[in-house]
Design a protein around this ligand. Structure first.
Ligand code: NOJ
Length: 754
């Protein structure tokens, strides 16, 4: 039996639907009305509280803190002066803190619980740059869903991901966290990740709010040095940096995080143009803008604000709704309102955004909906997630080289030596954002070989990391002196038919605060590689890394190179699957591999210069001591089979350019190929890059089979943004290239007319 109230609600909804209002509109109207009512009850202090976010601190399930900073925060929770928290996780902890706030603060407004579930939670998936190399949008969405399911089952309802910063500089450690250098690929992946985290329904207990970060320009830190100055043109901003954010907003991302950097001299957290004008006004974003950790207080270091009071008014007026750990809002915003530097309307707008998210998640109905211990037991690490992690890792790997078909391995027929300390490492494959996972919980390569029944002899060769902590917040100590293991490694290599060497970066050599000036194999690994090569050149190099590396020597000498990135929990199994050919590699580079770090920044969608060359004389754009070509270009990646492209056809129908191409698997194995479509605008009123990705399709083909791959390219994708962000779509000649990478040679010209 329906209660009277429910019956009324039912008939009211039917009436509204008959009036032509969608159920969603009705829901959103009723949320806005509920917020209106709550705002009327809230004091200014409580409103500011919703704009304040603290990092978790004491063991919430233990006794209440009695003194110091912990007590300060604890009291604020009880007084309703905190709207959200990060890094408090696990159902028991979350429930306890939620109870404190709901039961003890005057209005009992539930908290949001945030966490960086960036590439997994308990189950660690490959780092996002690796996943981007799969060019497999459904798989990427699935991977984010796994992270969301596990995080949500542990009490979290807000993840600070996806990171959608485009970057062209592999020195920047945070390239591991994004989708690489291309705005089109980056936009598609941003959408897939947002969908994966948020699902179709934010009120499901398995959905978490997603965050597009870092808004904006953070990936262009000068010299690739994290937190450094950013100085980009308006054209780069609108055509390269902003598109993935725009795509995420269109996909309904719930929040956007300010970046640490300045843009045009103004820190992003106080950048009215970025946040108010572009994000909130032009793009109509109605979610929450959260500062990055301390990005408010850092405005003082930037030399933009004198004190925290000024930080509070600058950031609030620019539209930054929530202050993460700067203590600017909680301590100063009330006073700024009293002084008149910030209006009450501005505060109300920000608070409304925060409360809206809490409503959409259903927290007002049930503040404990993410606090189910049974769900936590079942889903916080589900066996299906292990499968997804293994599959995602295989799909992320890129075969860079395979001379004489060294791969796939045929271990039954060969004596195998495995060399490299990373091959036994169970911690490094977890990559950087693995704060919820157990340390050293990944499957090592040796364990992968063992499980597959492969016999081998093993030598670490050289240690990568020496003494000292291996920790998220600390610098790693890299071994630059102890070569004592090289002798034994050389001995077992001499005796082997084939040597599998696992070399590269440690998982904690990339990520926040981990920029590198040199992109070689860290420590003594190059020395080890050359020593082994001298006695047995029959080497398969498994390269682990969180960024493109300048492995030019290896690319010229080592017959097979498999780029495995940081593959996550299932690392060893996934690498073994690919080495044995149980999965035929299909990844393509989402970021250019340089020949040398001295070429940086290097990226495929560069502008033409006035002096392209080569010319007989020196007067053309080049280096005299290094090629200016990349080692491996964007979009590059091989397979154990071969693909060929032919019969490129173009036609225009209304607002669509139809492009089709015949793709044939000319090799002897079935496999997947990422067919890529690039354009080049020959002449335009603002110059355009020599190539730009505008479409891709991942296609599976049996050996000997052919198919026609068709792209429907909306003509809007022929356009570009001017310095004000206005889309220009100009008639004229375009070149279209289709192939298996950005160096595709099959092309046709096309005259676009409106
Ligand atoms: C700082 C990082 O820049 C950001 O990406 C992250 O979400 C926050 N810390 C919170 O951990």
């Amino acid at each position: 039996m329906l209660s009277r109230q429910r019956k009324f609600l039912f008939f009211f909804l039917c009436f509204m639907v008959v009036q032509g209002l969608s159920a969603q509109q009705i829901l959103s109207d009723s949320i806005e009305r509920a917020i209106d009512r709550l705002l009327l009850k809230m004091t200014l202090e409580e409103k500011v509280g919703q704009m304040n976010q603290y990092n978790g601190f004491w063991d919430v399930t233990g006794p209440a803190p009695q003194a110091g900073a912990d007590k300060f925060k604890y009291d604020h929770f009880k007084q309703g002066l905190v709207g959200s928290v990060l890094n408090v996780r696990g159902v028991n902890q979350v429930r306890k803190l939620q109870e404190l706030v709901v039961n003890e603060s005057r209005l009992g407004i539930p908290l949001l619980f945030g966490f960086d579930a960036v590439h997994g939670y308990n189950t660690v998936l490959p780092i996002p740059l690796a996943e981007a190399a799969s060019w497999d949008l459904p798989a990427i969405e699935r991977s984010a869903r796994v992270a969301a399911t596990e995080a949500a089952s542990s009490g979290i309802n807000w993840t600070f991901a996806p990171m959608v910063d485009i970057s062209r500089d592999a020195r920047w450690g945070r390239v591991m966290e994004g989708a690489g250098e291309d705005p089109y690929l980056g936009s598609q992946i941003a959408v897939a990740r947002v969908k994966g985290f948020q699902g179709n329904d934010l009120s499901s207990p398995f959905s978490v709010l997603a965050t597009a970060k870092h808004f904006a320009g953070y990936g262009f830190a000068e010299g690739g040095r994290d937190y450094n100055t950013v100085d980009v043109s308006a054209l780069t901003l609108h055509n390269v940096i902003l598109p993935p954010f725009n795509a995420a907003v269109k996909a309904g991302v719930a929040s956007v995080m300010n970046s640490f950097n300045i843009l045009n001299g103004i820190p992003a957290t106080a950048n009215h143009y970025l946040v108010q004008d572009i994000l909130k006004k032009n793009w109509k974003f109605n979610g929450v803008v959260v500062s990055d950790w301390g990005s408010g207080v850092e405005m003082i270091d930037h030399g933009f604000a004198e004190n925290l009071s000024q930080v509070a008014s600058l950031a609030a007026n620019a539209g930054s709704d929530v202050d993460m750990e700067s203590y600017a809002y909680v301590n100063h915003l009330k006073e700024e309102v009293r002084k008149g530097t910030v209006s009450l309307a501005t505060i109300d707008q920000s608070v409304r955004r925060v409360l809206r998210l809490k409503h959409l998640l259903g927290l007002f109905k049930d503040p404990y909906k993410y606090c189910d211990t049974t769900r936590e037991k079942v889903y916080a690490m589900h066996p299906e997630h292990t499968q997804v992690a293994r599959d995602m890792a295989r799909r992320s790997m890129v075969l860079l080289r395979n001379e004489n078909n060294v791969l796939p391995l045929q271990p039954q027929k060969k004596k195998i030596a495995v060399i490299g300390s990373l091959a036994a490492d169970k911690n490094s494959p977890l990559g950087n954002w693995r704060l919820a996972a157990k340390d050293s919980s990944a499957v090592s390569l040796l364990e992968g070989f063992d499980a597959a029944g492969i016999s081998y002899r093993y030598a670490p060769g050289v240690k990568l990391v020496t003494e000292g902590p291996v920790h998220f917040v600390q610098e790693l100590a890299i071994n630059n002196h102890d070569t004592s293991g090289i002798g034994y490694a050389v001995d077992i290599a001499k005796d082997a038919d084939i040597v599998v060497m696992m070399l590269g970066e440690h998982g904690l050599q990339s990520g926040e605060g981990r920029s590198r000036a040199q992109l070689d194999l860290p420590g003594l690994q190059q020395q080890l590689l050359e020593a082994v090569y001298a006695v047995n050149p029959n080497i398969v190099l498994v390269l682990t890394t969180g960024r493109p590396l300048a492995i030019t020597w290896a690319a010229e000498h080592i017959p097979a190179i498999l780029l495995a990135w940081q593959p996550g929990s299932q690392s060893g199994h996934a690498i073994t699957d690919v080495l044995l050919g149980q999965y035929n590699p299909s990844g393509k580079l989402p970021m250019t591999f340089p020949r040398s770090d001295r070429q940086l920044p290097i990226y495929y969608n560069q502008f033409s210069t006035g002096r392209p060359g080569p010319k007989k004389e020196v007067f053309w754009s080049h280096y005299i001591d290094e090629s200016h070509a990349p080692l491996y270009e964007f979009g590059y990646g091989k397979s154990y089979t071969q693909f060929s492209y032919s019969d490129l056809q173009l036609s225009q129908r209304a607002d669509t350019v139809l492009v089709s191409v015949k793709l044939t698997n000319t090799g002897s194995l079935h496999g997947e190929e990422v067919a890529q479509l690039y354009i080049h605008d020959r002449v335009s009123s603002l110059v355009r890059p020599i190539r730009e990705l505008k479409g891709f399709k991942k296609v599976r083909l049996d050996s000997g089979a052919s198919t026609v791959v068709s792209f429907e390219l909306p003509t809007s994708l022929l356009g570009y943004y001017d310095g004000e962000g206005k889309l220009l779509l100009e008639p004229g000649w375009f070149d279209i290239y289709v192939g298996g990478g950005s160096a595709a040679t099959l092309s046709a010209g096309f005259l676009y007319s409106k």
